[in-house]
Design a protein around this ligand. Structure first.
Ligand SMILES: *[C@@H]1O[C@H](CO)[C@@H](O)[C@H](O)[C@H]1NC(C)=O
Ligand SMILES: *[C@@H]1O[C@H](CO)[C@@H](O)[C@H](O)[C@H]1NC(C)=O
Length: 356
């Protein structure tokens, strides 16, 4: 393995897999990750939806009524004097904030590990609807639960897999608003630092990732749609890794590594290339791209989707292959990129608006 792969944060998981006994990393046969990974603390999630406490006060007129068992014709006037209190309103602002917070909390190392190991089975309930769809600029559109959770969690870097031992180590929601129960807007800072226990550099801060997002929730408070943006992702990659992938030699080396990993991960029915050489020759003719436009028929796009091939190779291998599998393909910027109608199934401008 060429050392440059170490500089590719999106490929960071690879090294971890290579260096770790397969028995630890084999796919689970059940969704019970807690028994498989006893050393990984499992986040405790609680939804904050409150169940209204039923009141019995209106069943009695405390001054002169017998119990009247909800008789609407009660003549005692007790209901007039002692009307049923309205059920306590769901504190949807807190509920929505907590859902968003719990989502980002799962990007913090090592909370994402059960999801990398077990895919969808590792995601606690109450975060994403099964039919969730969304967009993350500059990475792409994600349709369905598995696509979405893989983007949010399986791409979060593991410290064991990159030279700086970088990981997301904490987060803060810095801006938040939710004016109605089904829509919220947020900005999060995902703080990164070196995770290298026992070594002098442990805890050294690295540049944070920032994500701006609008969210739409279903009636239960699960995320149904999202529209998110990571500004300056390319700067973050360059600054965090110092990778020389934006000079030609560095690019060729990274292509060689991407191709080697692709051949290793995508085999049998998932095989994409006849050989590593064929892959290198083809990708070297494509645009390298950069992380601010990672959605395209380019190398950077394949480097991101390559990380996901370890979670669901059958689904993601085509994305890193010759055709791009409908993901790493050229997009018609003016149409596809802004087509909220096809992504969300709503009239343009309806999805993230509070209805009055
Ligand atoms: C994030 O998850 C961890 C692990 O379950 C938990 O201890 C912590 O309180 C959570 N943080 C927030 C802000 O929810
Ligand atoms: C958006 O996508 C839909 C369906 O895919 C298509 O019919 C429509 O023309 C597109 N709109 C724009 C503005 O490209």
């Amino acid at each position: 393995m060429h050392p440059l792969i170490l500089h590719h944060p999106m490929l960071s998981l690879l090294l971890l897999l290579l260096l770790t006994p397969t028995s630890i990393w084999s796919r689970p046969t059940t969704g019970d990750l807690t028994t498989r990974s006893p050393t990984i603390p499992w986040p405790q999630f609680r939804k904050s939806v409150r169940t209204p406490t039923p009141t019995t006060d209106h069943d009695y007129d405390h001054h002169h009524c017998q119990r009247h068992d909800h008789d609407p014709n009660c003549g005692c006037g007790c209901d007039d004097h002692n009307p049923p209190p309205p059920p306590p309103p769901v504190d949807f602002q807190k509920r929505n904030f907590d859902t968003i917070s719990n989502i980002y909390n799962l990007t913090v190392y090592p909370h994402q590990v059960p999801i990398i190991l077990g895919g969808a089975a590792g995601v606690p309930p109450g975060l994403f609807s099964q039919s969730v769809v969304g967009r993350v600029d500059p990475v792409g559109d994600f349709r369905g639960f598995e696509d979405s959770i893989e983007y949010f969690f399986a791409l979060a870097p593991l410290p064991q897999g990159n030279p700086l031992n970088a990981a997301i180590t904490s987060y803060k929601i810095t801006e938040f608003s939710s004016a109605c129960s089904d829509v919220a807007a947020s900005v999060v800072h995902l703080f990164c630092s070196v995770v290298n226990p026992g070594c002098p550099d442990d805890g050294t801060p690295l540049p944070p990732l920032k994500q701006v997002a609008f969210w739409k929730f279903d009636a239960k408070g699960d995320v149904l749609k999202y529209d998110a943006w990571i500004p300056n992702l390319n700067d973050w990659v360059v600054k965090t890794t110092g990778a020389p992938v934006f000079i030609p030699e560095g690019q060729l080396q990274s292509i060689q590594q991407i191709c080697a990993v692709t051949q290793m991960r995508c085999h049998g029915p998932n095989q994409q290339w006849d050989s590593i050489d064929q892959c290198v020759e083809t990708l070297a003719k494509k645009s390298y791209g950069n992380y601010d436009s990672a959605w395209g028929d380019n190398v950077v796009c394949r480097s991101i989707h390559l990380v996901l091939t370890q979670v669901r190779p059958d689904h993601h291998c085509p994305h890193v292959g010759p055709t791009g599998g409908g993901k790493c393909i050229e997009h018609d910027y003016g149409n596809d990129y802004f087509n909220d109608t096809s992504l969300y199934g709503d009239a343009l401008g309806e999805t993230f608006m509070c209805k009055k």
